[in-house]
Design a binder for this molecule. Structure first.
Ligand code: CA
Length: 667
């Protein structure tokens, strides 16, 4: 297909072929179905209809060439549930392809399926609505199969690892243990690892297979291995909608992790249907590889942007998805991501849908002229309603994710004090060459699906020599303390808190630092462990509740950072700061992070203070003392104090105490 590769894409091409209709694919109604395929360079396109995944076509018909590169055919009769694909001939070469715009497909996504979407709706779908927008999102990153695969999940065996696990209830209408845990934690958004169809799990194969799902195949169809019967196109859609409906009913919004930066196969439906149009190439014709996965989708080209924007809007409208997390957003353009923000706001209301992504890419990628990659460096160009994962807080708190044993602030790493203080303040004034407009652009996290779990990372960092396999299971107090402090920092920093599922009960993958295709047993949430580490979960639950009641921490405005004052490095590993008007009635907060393995004694500033959280209990109330008295922040713990209102107000901007100097290496 090299001969037809469109290396020189430009305005002239768009002038002739750019198609703005949102009706590509199969538009299916009872009376007839209209098939449309965009294939600007094709000489011939043929449609084949099938009864099932594997049989010969029962009907084949030519598509007519319409305007702007769109080929079409109308077929009379009810085709709901009918499989189809196309044969596209370009430059004398014929290629068989499923429909990149398909809304349904069969097992393993090899054939597309026509569906009348109203017939895929579960009962009560018209009334489905997300819970009201919370004052602040707290995001929980979850994989569909991880959620319920464990025998202690409370889900019947036949539904474990499936969409159905979310919507299943027992005969008395009770939800299973895994869902009860999720509902009770206090998070507001569940971010699902890719639920759109991906390539590498054989949907007809055994249950021992696993993949995170960053290997996209059919963008507008739910993944078949999460369905009870991957061959039943409409049922797969219904079960996915039931999952979203169930999460909504349990008070949770649903964010979808979307992978519009590359496809698993370079010889994808996109390439086969319109050779050369959807991927970036270098001037020598070679595919670019900024994704590290062999190809980069060419966002920045108008037709590609339409494809991606329409796909996002489709999931939001048809599946009631409440937000999107863009994988390798740094390969997408600022212009496209801003456009998606605008279009979602227009349809659903400003800010109703959450948008954020990874502001990086695996390598350089050739962009179209006048477009900008949605990288960290281009944050000032992104709409403030688009947030990015802040790898700086992640690495400062727990250490580099590329060096298993590299320490961070909570594990005795040196020189992280100022990074942790900047993070708490939302990275003001271009600190660390990082220019968020305001905390609305920050997703704060210390663990996600990539790299080690927080528990494993902490254990690997503080253990000299090999970590024995049984060590991962032990609730060792030192690791628990460091874990609680890491969470405490994340939940007392400006920005949006995010956590990996199971972080709240010391999730372990037994030291597996890249489990994208490891066994379900390594990946799944261990609900027996959740019970054993229930104390840690209580701590997380308390932090979430505490934060919700402290407006100063929730503030996402451009003025938020200015509330943070009195940043002080007391000694290596111990810092504190104050937050002006942080409490519910405008009280001042004093926040201390003591990562040293020694207690820290601090003289309280003016006023009468109460402890609202420490290293053992988040969300508490106990008197700490008044000006001049001393408070002890135990070794490796955080403390949040609030100044009671009954004291006379104090002058703002009080001078910070002098930071004592300490010889190096005292942490
Ligand atoms: Ca699949």
């Amino acid at each position: 297909m090299e001969s037809t590769t469109r290396i020189r894409y430009g305005k002239r091409f768009d002038g002739k072929y750019l198609y703005h209709g949102n009706d590509l694919g199969a538009v299916c109604a009872k009376a007839r179905t209209v098939f449309r395929l965009w294939s600007p360079d094709a000489e011939r396109v043929e449609l084949s209809l099938y009864r099932d995944d594997t049989s010969e076509a029962f009907r084949t018909l030519p598509l007519k060439r319409g305007d702007r590169g769109v080929w079409w055919a109308a077929v009379e009769g009810d085709l709901h549930g009918t499989y189809y694909d196309f044969e596209v001939e370009t430059a004398g070469q014929a290629a068989r392809t499923a429909d990149p715009y398909a809304l349904a497909c069969g097992r393993n996504g090899l054939r597309s399926m026509a569906v009348e979407l109203t017939r895929t709706n579960p009962a009560g779908w018209a009334q489905d609505a997300p819970p009201p927008l919370p004052p602040e999102p707290v995001i929980y990153e979850l994989h569909v199969k991880d959620f319920s695969h464990h025998p202690d999940s409370g889900v019947p065996p036949e539904y474990r690892g499936k969409f159905k696990a979310f919507s299943w209830r027992d005969r008395e209408g009770r939800i299973p243990l895994c869902m009860a845990h999720l509902k009770d934690l206090g998070v507001t958004h569940v971010q699902l690892l890719p639920i759109a169809d991906y390539a590498t799990v054989d949907e007809g194969g055994d249950d021992g297979q696993f993949n995170w799902g960053y290997d996209p195949m059919n963008y507008n169809v739910p993944e078949g291995s999460y369905a009870l019967d991957p061959s039943d196109g409409p049922a797969r859609i219904r079960e996915c909608k039931e999952m979203i409906q169930a999460l909504h009913k349990n008070g949770l919004r649903v964010v979808m992790d979307v992978v519009y930066n590359h496809t698993y196969y370079t010889d994808s439906w996109l390439e086969r249907s319109a050779p050369g149009c959807y991927y970036r190439r270098r001037s020598n014709g070679a595919l670019s590889n900024g994704s590290g996965c062999g190809n980069d989708i060419a966002s920045g080209r108008a037709m590609v942007d339409n494809y991606i924007a329409n796909s996002v809007l489709y999931w939001a409208k048809e599946y009631h998805i409440d937000g999107f997390r863009f994988d390798l957003m740094g390969l997408m353009t600022v212009e496209l991501v801003n456009r998606i923000r605008r279009e979602l706001d227009l349809v659903f209301g400003p800010g109703e849908k959450l948008l954020y992504g990874e502001p990086w890419r695996a390598g350089d990628s050739p962009m179209e002229p006048d477009t900008h990659p949605a990288l960290m460096a281009n944050l000032p160009l992104l709409n403030p309603g688009i947030a990015v994962f802040c790898d700086k807080i992640r690495d400062a708190v727990k250490g580099s994710c590329f060096d298993a044993r590299g320490p961070g602030f909570v594990t005795g790493g040196h020189g992280m004090e100022n990074a942790v203080l900047s993070s708490a303040a939302g990275w003001p004034e271009g600190a660390w060459e990082f220019n968020p407009r305001d905390p609305s652009q920050l997703i704060n996290y210390v663990s996600c699906h990539d790299n080690y779990t927080l528990w494993d990372k902490l254990l690997l960092t503080i253990t000299p020599g090999e970590v024995a396999p049984e060590a991962y299971a032990q609730p060792r107090e030192e690791v628990l303390a460091r874990n609680r402090l890491a969470a405490f920092i994340c939940f007392t920093s400006l920005g949006t808190p995010f956590l990996q599922a199971g972080e709240e009960f010391a999730r372990t993958k037994l030291g597996d630092g890249n489990s994208y295709k490891s066994s379900p047993e390594v990946n799944r949430l261990d609900w027996e462990r959740a019970w054993r580490f229930g104390g840690l979960t209580d701590y997380y639950r308390g932090l979430i509740r505490l934060r919700r009641g402290l407006p100063g921490l929730l503030d996402k405005s451009a003025e938020a950072s200015a509330r943070v004052t009195n940043q002080t490095v007391h000694r290596p590993g111990t810092v504190s700061f104050q937050l002006d008007r942080g409490g519910p009635e405008g009280e001042r907060l004093l926040i201390v992070y003591n990562a040293c393995w020694e207690d820290f004694h601090m003289e309280l500033p003016g006023g009468r203070w109460i402890v609202r959280a420490d290293g053992q209990w988040a969300d508490q109330h106990r008197p700490a003392g008044t000006e001049g008295s001393w408070v002890t922040v135990p070794r490796c713990s955080g403390m949040l104090l609030l100044r009671r209102r009954d004291e006379p107000p104090e002058l703002e901007g009080e001078a910070p105490p002098d930071a004592p100097e300490f010889p190096e290496g005292q942490a």
